[in-house]
Write a protein of this length. Structure first.
Length: 64
């Protein structure tokens, strides 16, 4: 996993939290929830290949 991925995840987290606060203060809680959900899905699409590689390495390690 590269350091740039960690910075991307941090940037998405900061952006989502700022948008979330702005939308909540303007009375649009539904949109704030959707922004949070979109941020979560975006980060998960970046993380899932690394999790898959981890499980494949674990399977190779414990397979005879």
């Amino acid at each position: 996993m590269s350091v740039s991925l960690i910075f991307k995840i941090a940037a998405v987290g900061i952006l989502v939290s700022i948008l979330n606060q702005v939308l909540k203060h303007s009375g649009r809680e539904e949109h704030a929830f959707l922004i949070s959900l979109a941020g979560l899905i975006l980060v998960l699409t970046w993380i899932v290949p690394y999790i898959y590689d981890l499980f494949m390495m674990m399977q190779e390690l414990f397979t005879l």
